[in-house]
Design a binder for this molecule. Structure first.
Ligand SMILES: NC(=O)c1ccc[n+]([C@@H]2O[C@H](COP(=O)([O-])OP(=O)(O)OC[C@H]3O[C@@H](n4cnc5c(N)ncnc54)[C@H](O)[C@@H]3O)[C@@H](O)[C@H]2O)c1
Length: 279
């Protein structure tokens, strides 16, 4: 007799782990630099696995570059230039996806900013408001807007990009840390309230990832040498190096795919072992 627990798993899909699953990647462009960003690597990874894509960013040129890379993988790609923190941003994203593909099965929220942050006693109101608005409020509003379509798909998955800063020491990043701790909490509530409606929600906490946003941008703002700053980060990681955006993308692919069909409400560190030090 076959029981539910020893029944065969989902049959392997031809051609890709996200074959024909419409995915929306918000923050699919990237901060300029030599290395690839998390959102761009995720868009390309989803495309390689057969997902038709709506790619969203406020930076039209960078978004166009990602779209070209994703199209080269042979999937249909639509784009939408949207500031996700604007009043109508989330609704416009959902409308664009439904217009292009008629459904949404995967929502990947990658947008995150941190410039202008500081320790609690030096953080300015406008920096706090901007970081919280973009990183947390806009993510919540995007999830809220997309949930009806995700539920309607019968097999929805949300992947939210948090940060190890949510749980690890980050004393000079007050608004960033608060916003990412909020992303973890938001993800758990999304998971609990949508589980019975066929929608999973999980988050990823990247550690030190070698992206322009993670290395070039802070090195510039600290007036530090890029190589020295990258080495400093690598030295703090148990595996002895920074991660790459592909490491984040592969975790996102797993969480978005049916391989993670029994996983919801988790927050996964992709950090080379750093969170093991936190406990
Ligand atoms: N690189 C790291 O070390 C690291 C570590 C922890 C967490 N993260 C998280 O990873 C995510 C980003 O990684 P990335 O490498 O893709 O960064 P990135 O800056 O290269 O890409 C983010 C994209 O979001 C876009 N964006 C910013 N604000 C927007 C807005 N209001 N509306 C629409 N688009 C907007 C930017 O234009 C950019 O293209 C963030 O959530 C960040 O907090 C990164």
């Amino acid at each position: 007799m076959t029981t539910a627990s020893d029944a065969p798993g989902p049959a392997p899909v031809d051609g890709g782990r996200l074959q024909d699953r419409v995915a929306v990647v918000v923050g699919a462009g990237q901060t300029a630099g030599e290395t690839i960003g998390n959102g761009r690597a995720t868009a390309v990874t989803f495309a390689r696995q057969g997902a038709p894509l709506l790619l969203v960013d406020r930076d039209e040129a960078s978004l166009g570059e990602t779209a070209e890379m994703a199209r080269a993988e042979g999937v249909e790609v639509a784009t939408s230039v949207v500031d996700v923190a604007s009043d109508d941003g989330p609704d416009r994203i959902v409308a664009a996806a439904l217009e292009a593909f008629g459904r949404i099965e995967v929502l990947h929220n990658n947008v995150g900013v941190g410039l202008g942050d500081g320790p609690p006693h030096h953080l300015a109101d406008d920096a706090y408001d901007r970081i919280m608005d973009v990183n947390l409020r806009a993510m919540w509003r995007t999830c809220r807007a997309a949930v009806p379509a995700l539920r309607a798909s019968g097999n929805g998955a949300i992947v939210n990009i948090s940060s190890l800063a949510a749980i690890a020491a980050a004393g000079n990043l007050t608004a960033y840390k608060l916003s990412k701790a909020g992303v973890n909490a938001l993800t758990q509530n999304l998971a609990l309230t949508n589980a019975k409606h066929g929608v999973r929600a999980n988050a990823i906490m990247p550690g030190f990832i070698d992206t322009p946003m993670g290395v070039d941008e802070p090195a510039r703002s600290l007036d530090a040498d890029r190589t020295a700053y990258a080495e400093l980060r690598a030295g703090l990681v148990p595996l002895g190096r920074q991660g790459s955006a592909w490491d984040v993308a592969h975790a996102a692919l797993f969480l978005a795919s049916d391989e993670a069909r029994f996983i919801t409400g988790v927050v996964i560190p992709v950090d080379g072992g750093q969170s093991a030090r936190v406990g």
